[in-house]
Design a protein. Structure first.
Length: 167
């Protein structure tokens, strides 16, 4: 399996609570994030959402869609959303939140392994394309969030690795 690590920071000129209220509810992501094709709730979590299971279908710039499930593993209100991915990819996704009085920082870390045979077979050649596709999806998410909140979002796409090597 090919292994990928991506980190993205969105610097959002909005209060932390406003950003949290949007990102905490993935069921509404398709309304503002054009790359989210569909999200289906499979299982409800506890009163905070821990244990919830959702099936995500995403599309990027490249001509394929990817579907995977995410189980909510941890939630610390206004600080952390963490999920375990399974399906066509497996691994961990984490949103970390902070606020400096003007800007909310939403940092997303995505550490996954691909399970789709075609992705693993092509990884040595296409890893830079997969990185570019992921970064395009995150830039579109920032644009969508900016529209949703009526503000500006800056994007920082940090170094990515595949199988431990920087792209």
């Amino acid at each position: 399996m090919a292994e990928y690590q991506f980190s993205t920071t969105w610097r959002i000129k909005a209060p932390l609570q406003d950003v949290w209220d949007v990102l905490y509810h993935p069921d509404v992501w398709p309304e503002w994030w054009i790359n989210v094709v569909r999200i289906v709730e499979i299982e409800k979590g506890d009163e905070y959402g821990i244990g919830a299971l959702h099936r995500y279908t995403w599309k990027g710039v490249l001509p394929y869609r990817i579907t995977f499930d995410i189980r909510v593993m941890d939630i610390v209100p206004l600080q952390l959303l963490e999920g375990q991915a399974s399906g066509e990819v497996e691994g961990i996704g984490q949103w970390f939140f902070s606020y400096d009085g003007t800007y909310t920082l939403a940092r997303y870390h995505w550490h996954i392994r691909t399970k789709a045979l075609w992705m693993n077979c092509l990884a040595p050649l296409t890893a830079p394309l997969f990185r570019w596709n992921h970064h395009s999806v995150m830039r579109e998410g920032a644009r969508g969030l900016a529209r949703k909140l009526g503000t500006h979002v800056e994007v920082d796409l940090q170094a990515s690795t595949v199988n431990g090597e920087f792209l």
